[in-house]
Write a protein that binds this ligand. Structure first.
Ligand SMILES: O=c1[nH]c(=O)c2nc[nH]c2[nH]1
Length: 448
């Protein structure tokens, strides 16, 4: 085995919802594929230096007392085209927001040069905020969605990327025929597969490819039964995941149930059309009946909790405590641009406030929040064995945090322990505290 890199310092992770673990004075070694081959805590600097000397020709890094590594954040729900108008339109509820702001903006992505411009910046912003893996929605446009693949590949993020499907209840300019929607989705899947064949065959043989396609019916309202059934079949044929929106807003739920009278619940609509599977990620799930949670649980499907968006466009407050008690997989999503912030640190903070506002006696605790942002998100993506925590055999997707950066919003004082610095970072820090960002052991390649 060829050793490529080694680090010495503190590594913080949440291997379960109940545990926040500080691996201090730890030597962590990576092979040339960016996989963790050893983790040895409680070493003196001399022991670490001796270990480094034995690892000939490898890059070595010694962290100082203000630095620590966290697992890269996982954004389980983000819309790349919506980055163009991130921060505006929050005075409208979901359906008005879609019709007056979002749909006209997304129509502009028929121009793939414009798409390239927006996507390059959206991906860079996401990465700078420490998101090493994300589930991206693009638009219905095939060529523009390929531009998102290129931007992500160039910058090195791990990603699921979806060409959106819409064949009803949308402006004419955003409506596809069923045949075109399926043909373009198939073409997109094949495009990503071809891109992956050009990657280092050695590294893709030891880990799943960094970029994967994801089936993306926008939501039940924008897809006919026929389209949803065919998309479910595509997911089976290629064994790829599915993402959509579920039970976000009360008006949306009423309309969906009137549109699909043969299904008894909104979740049932997806189940009845073959879209509720173990590989399915549903964003929001704010207004769920018990039977809907049961459908999700029985299918093994996952939830992306997007508290910032749910506050901004006034959708409501999801019951994450209940999701965790039911042992449903949950992760955090920024939902740019329903959410104005592309930062999962911000999602941690809004999720905490959301849980307190729902029930202060059952609010989410720091280990739970950090777990949701990292390993919880990895499990939502079906990558719980690959990323999300520091374990031998996992890929090194990680953020090097520095709590003593000039001009960062975070101040540390003489007596601050690493636990204190971590907690301050979680609630006061931002991307200025992110010194280096690694995906599969390689540093992200952010544009100037
Ligand atoms: O928050 C949301 N953002 C969207 O773009 C969207 N489309 C359907 N439902 C949605 N919800």
């Amino acid at each position: 085995m060829t050793i490529a890199q080694a680090f010495y310092g503190t590594f913080v992770h949440a291997p379960t919802t109940k545990q926040l673990v500080f691996l201090k004075n730890t030597v962590l070694v990576l092979d040339r594929h960016g996989k963790i081959v050893s983790i040895t805590p409680d070493q003196s600097l001399e022991q670490a230096q001796a270990a480094f000397r034995a690892l000939e020709n490898s890059k070595t890094t010694v962290l100082n007392d203000n630095q620590f590594f966290v697992p890269g954040y996982i954004d389980t729900h983000i819309h790349a085209p919506q980055y163009a108008y991130c921060g505006i339109g929050h005075d409208m509820p979901l359906l008005k927001w879609l019709n007056t702001l979002t749909f006209p903006q997304e129509a502009m992505f028929q121009d793939h040069h414009y798409a390239r411009q927006v996507y390059t910046k959206a991906v860079a912003r996401s990465l700078r905020n420490g998101t090493t893996a994300a589930c991206w929605f693009a638009t219905i446009h095939l060529e523009a969605t390929k531009e998102l693949v290129k931007a992500i590949q160039e910058q090195g993020q791990r990603a699921y990327i979806g060409k959106v499907n819409m064949n009803q209840n949308s402006p004419d300019i955003l409506i596809e025929t069923t045949a075109a929607s399926i043909a373009d989705t198939r073409a997109f899947i094949e495009y990503v597969q071809a891109v992956n064949r050009t990657m280092d065959p050695d590294s893709t043989s030891v880990s799943p490819p960094l970029i994967q396609p994801i089936i993306t019916p926008r939501f039940a309202l924008s897809c006919t039964s026929d389209l949803m059934i065919q998309l479910g079949k595509l997911s089976e044929e290629f064994k790829i995941p599915i993402q959509s929106h579920l039970c976000e807003n009360l008006e949306e739920i009423d309309l969906t149930l009137s549109q699909f009278p043969n299904s008894t619940t909104y979740t049932g609509v997806y189940a009845d059309h073959g879209l509720l599977k173990e590989r399915t990620i549903m964003a929001h799930c704010v207004h769920m009946k018990d039977e809907e949670f049961k459908l999700m649980k029985d299918a093994g499907a996952s939830i992306s909790h997007c508290a910032g968006s749910n506050f901004n466009i006034k959708s409501g407050m999801a019951d994450v405590r209940k999701m965790l008690d039911l042992d449903i997989k949950v992760g955090l999503g920024t939902d740019v641009a329903g959410g104005y912030s592309p930062s999962i640190l911000d999602a941690i903070r809004t999720s905490r406030i959301c849980s307190i506002a729902r029930n202060p006696t059952q609010s989410l605790l720091i280990p739970e929040l950090f777990y949701l942002a990292t390993l919880g998100g990895a499990k939502v993506m079906g990558l719980g064995e690959t990323i999300g925590s520091f374990e031998v055999g996992k890929d090194f997707d990680a953020v090097l945090v520095n709590t003593a950066v000039k001009n960062s919003p975070l101040d540390s004082f003489g007596r601050d322990t690493v636990q204190t610095k971590f907690e301050k970072y979680l609630f006061v820090g931002d991307d200025r505290n992110h010194e280096r960002i690694f995906i599969q052991g390689r540093e992200a390649r952010l544009p100037e």
